[in-house]
Design a protein around this ligand. Structure first.
Ligand code: CTP
Length: 395
């Protein structure tokens, strides 16, 4: 039985913690639970201890002559930690390495995977401080599951970003930590983010790609045991822990970096939004403005996916395509022309799936025109299904 430690923070969603514990136990894990003093304003000790099937650990039980220092004992015991109803305050403490209560001291002592299920008001979630703490925690390999947008328990906010994932979803993610490493030994090469095509030293043509889809594929592949290289255009999100990132700017640089790593790879996923054109002439000096209208001559960039498709060998090649009309037909045409195993078609104009969001809605389109429609889901979930599909082709 796998051992999961649940740390409960003081957010309204703490009242759901007993259900989270139940659902995790239903997946066949043993649980222990720590609650902060203020978390116990939202949920009773008895509800937590009975749901976990074990005693409740609190500040009051931190040190005892019999048990010794409980943060060390619990950290040694846990095979995974999940912080539920994770508050902005607790994220900040963890990001700073503070250890002044049982939960934070335990978190500083564990060496196992750590997951965060945040729950807070939208303004607090969107505050740059919270964003910076999240990025810091992610850079240590911590995984964030949620939040999502929906009804919030806090005053004045009807709906918004910051709602904790449902207990079933949290349990599902926890279960995945113990999933078999079915990509162990596989080498996954991913392109992500936009490219920048400079007109002069200070101006460029680009697009709003955030890199989130590519980084989600990287995180999922890493969690399943793969080695991962990401060739990334300029993005502002942290690199997934354990990946190697090759930063590039232009399409030509991206092509060169992808070609450098192509031999090494077993699977290539081209999520990057490559600019189709670059300036015919990149000026070496900043161009001063002139009063007349200007025309900039652009020349086509090489198609990276098509170039890799030419020398595909036994590798599996997956592309992306954004279409506003005739999606399946056009994506199937791209899969054929570029010699890709399949294309993940997405829809830039559909609600909740635009550039930079956390969700996506894709259709897997195969070269023969067959397709599989998926509902809207998190980018991480899309990544999981994409890798399942690619795995089938690798064997
Ligand atoms: N792609 C690429 N190199 C390019 C352009 C696109 O490798 N110069 C890849 C993208 O990363 C993506 C796939 O090709 O995986 C499809 O991208 P998309 O821009 O939709 O395709 P295009 O062939 O550029 O078609 P369109 O005419 O729709 O722009």
């Amino acid at each position: 039985m796998h051992r999961v430690l649940v740390i409960v923070c003081a957010s309204v969603a703490a009242m759901k913690a007993p259900f989270v514990l139940r659902r995790i136990r239903e997946t066949g894990c043993e649980t222990r639970v720590i609650a902060s003093d203020s978390a116990l304003n939202f949920v009773t000790p008895l509800a937590l201890s009975s749901a976990s099937g074990n005693e409740l650990y609190t500040r009051g039980s931190w040190f005892s002559p019999q048990a010794g220092a409980q943060h060390l004992e619990l950290a040694h015991w846990a095979e995974a930690v999940v912080v539920v109803a994770a508050s902005a305050d607790f994220m900040a403490k963890a990001a700073l390495g503070l250890a002044d209560d049982l939960g934070s001291a335990t978190l500083l002592s564990v060496r196992c995977p750590v997951m965060w299920a945040p729950a807070m008001n939208t303004a607090m979630w969107e505050h740059p401080a919270t964003g910076a703490h999240k990025a810091k925690l992610q850079s240590w390999g911590h995984q964030f599951i949620g939040p999502t947008s929906g009804k919030l328990g806090t005053r004045g906010e009807g709906e918004g970003m910051g709602r904790m994932l449902e207990p079933e979803e949290i349990a599902e993610q926890v279960k995945r930590v113990f999933a078999p490493k079915d990509l162990a030994g596989k080498k996954v090469l991913i392109s992500a983010g936009p490219t920048r095509e400079y007109l002069d030293p200070v101006r460029f043509v680009s697009n709003p790609s955030s890199g989130k889809m590519g980084f989600a594929v990287a995180e999922e592949a890493l969690s399943r045991g793969a080695e991962v290289v990401i060739v990334s255009g300029p993005v502002s999100i942290p690199a997934p822990a354990g990946s190697k990132v090759v930063p590039v700017e232009s399409a030509l640089q991206m092509k060169a970096a992808m070609e450098d790593h192509f031999e090494w790879s077993d699977l290539v996923v081209m999520t990057a939004a490559v600019a189709d054109y670059r300036a015919a002439e990149q000026k070496h000096e900043k161009q001063a403005k002139i009063s007349e209208q200007v025309t900039i001559e652009m020349v086509p960039n090489p198609d990276i996916l098509a170039a890799l498709g030419q020398k595909k060998g036994n590798r599996v090649l997956v592309g992306f395509a954004m279409e506003t009309h005739a999606g399946v037909e056009r994506a199937a045409g791209k899969a054929q022309r570029k010699n890709a195993d399949f294309i993940c078609l997405n829809y830039p104009t559909r609600e909740g799936t635009s550039f930079g969001g956390d969700d996506n809605q894709v259709t897997f389109v195969f070269p023969d025109g067959t397709f599989q429609d998926l509902p809207r889901m998190s980018k991480r979930e899309v990544a999981r299904l994409l890798l399942n599909e690619a795995m089938q082709r690798m064997q």
